[in-house]
Write a protein that binds this ligand. Structure first.
Ligand SMILES: [Zn+2]
Length: 447
């Protein structure tokens, strides 16, 4: 798969169009033939002269809500008997895997990656590392949130082996307390041989802030791969200043794997065409011309076991102008001005900034027992939080809420106060967006 992925990189643009056409046609045919959900839609058969990219427009958008409600109908016939539900485990791990995501909007969603989908997903991760300039085997620091830390678990053998193969030094972003930030800084100073950093945007920015505020000497990091968040111009300046590093913006999600990444020419993010077909559409589902921001729709090209066609991932972007090719020579189209949600950070009792990415992952994935439909966590004062939720069912709810509350206290500090409020509605913001994390006291006292 990896070799095939690299082959795509060498294609001329007409060849690329033909390869995409072929893969997309295959994936769409598989969906209408093998998948109860797509059969039920009675999508008009493809006209022989119709390109698959046009036929695609006859498919509806796939919302997260549909994925949740029609989960088992979305599984291909051949796989369905093996998957009993969203919490099923594959007897042979490599055949298929359940992937849970909080997504960029925070609503918990479950999808399946079949064997082919997993291989291609892994290839996308290798590819983003390569594009960022640190191919497999290059040692790097990884500033990352880990739920293991919250649950007081240790990494599995498999995780530790993978970590060793990847030559990564893990710095736990979730524990980004002021004292830890200094320890991370010291670790990075002591290992000048490691010149690459992979990090949550929020977390890297927290460390950069610490470096700048304390007038610490800039680190000798060459490149930072910034993940799981929008890289604003401010972020880029801040990171470049504090780390002395070039920032590579990467876009991906758990359910769609890595989707696009910048190359070192910074002309936008190259879409990983061998694995995803992207559309950017306006409010009326019409394709947006280059430069116009719209909703991203993702079609996975290698996951027939669980077709995800025109999936509304919940992020906004625009196409880069197509007339100007990237100097790197990549045939892959580029997106620009990715405007994912700009969530706020939460502040714990000792002044630690907690990334909202992590909280969403925690509530939506790790402790998600499918009992809560919607939620919102609001920090109303230092050490004071309100968790609002709309339950889907009562059985087990009290236990689940206590689990969540305990985890919040572990995360925010034992003296914190967490109120649980059952509500009938969580009002969206004035712009109509749902906010999962709200922080009413963004300025925190320092530890
Ligand atoms: Zn490029």
């Amino acid at each position: 798969v990896w070799k095939d992925f690299r082959r795509w990189e060498q294609l001329q643009s007409s060849q690329l169009t033909a390869e995409i056409e072929q893969k997309l046609a295959h994936q769409l045919h598989a969906a209408v033939q093998q998948c109860a959900y797509y059969r039920s839609l009675r999508i008009p058969t493809r006209n022989p002269s119709e390109p698959a990219t046009q036929w695609l427009h006859r498919f509806p958008k796939l919302s997260r809500q549909t994925v949740r409600e029609r989960f088992s109908d979305l599984i291909a016939d051949s796989l369905r008997p093996a998957v009993s539900g969203p919490d099923a485990l594959s007897p042979r791990q490599y055949n298929w895997a359940i992937v849970k995501t909080g997504g960029s909007t925070g609503i918990p969603t479950t999808v399946i990656h079949d064997r082919q989908g997993r291989d291609w997903g892994r290839a996308t991760r290798l590819y983003s590392l390569q594009l960022a300039g640190f191919p497999l085997g290059t040692p790097y620091f990884r500033l990352w949130g880990s739920e293991l830390d919250l649950l007081n678990k240790t990494a599995s053998l498999q995780q530790r082996i993978l970590s060793a193969i990847h030559a990564e030094t893990l710095l736990n972003a979730f524990r980004a307390r002021t004292t830890n930030l200094q320890a991370y800084y010291d670790t990075m100073r002591q290992r000048p041989d490691i010149q690459f950093l992979m990090a949550y945007v929020d977390a890297a920015s927290g460390l950069a802030h610490h470096i700048t505020e304390n007038n610490l000497q800039a680190l000798s990091i060459k490149k930072i791969m910034a993940c799981a968040g929008t890289v604003t111009q401010d972020h880029r300046r801040e990171l470049q200043h504090a780390f002395g590093a070039e920032v590579i913006d990467k876009y991906g999600s758990r359910e769609c794997c890595d989707i696009a990444s910048e190359c070192s020419h910074h002309t936008g993010l190259h879409v990983f065409s061998p694995n995803v077909f992207l559309e950017i559409v306006d409010e009326e589902n019409k394709p947006c011309p280059p430069g116009t921001t719209g909703n991203i729709l993702v079609t996975l090209l290698n996951n027939p076991g669980f077709p995800m066609i025109r999936y509304e991932i919940g992020d906004l972007a625009a196409w880069a102008p197509s007339q100007t090719p990237c100097p790197c020579g990549s045939p892959f189209p580029r997106i620009t001005s990715l405007q994912g949600r700009q969530d706020e950070m939460l502040t714990t009792e000792d002044g630690t900034k907690l990334t909202s990415v992590f909280v969403r992952h925690f509530v939506g994935v790790i402790l998600n027992r499918h009992l809560i439909w919607e939620w919102q966590l609001e920090q109303i004062a230092q050490g004071h939080f309100v968790f609002r939720y709309i339950p889907t069912q009562r059985q087990g709810l009290t236990d689940n809420l206590q689990e969540l509350k305990r985890s919040f206290l572990r995360a925010f500090g034992a003296t914190s106060h967490v109120e649980l409020h059952e509500v009938e509605e969580i009002p969206p913001t004035a712009s109509g967006k749902h906010r999962w994390i709200l922080n009413r006291c963004p300025v925190s006292p320092r530890a």
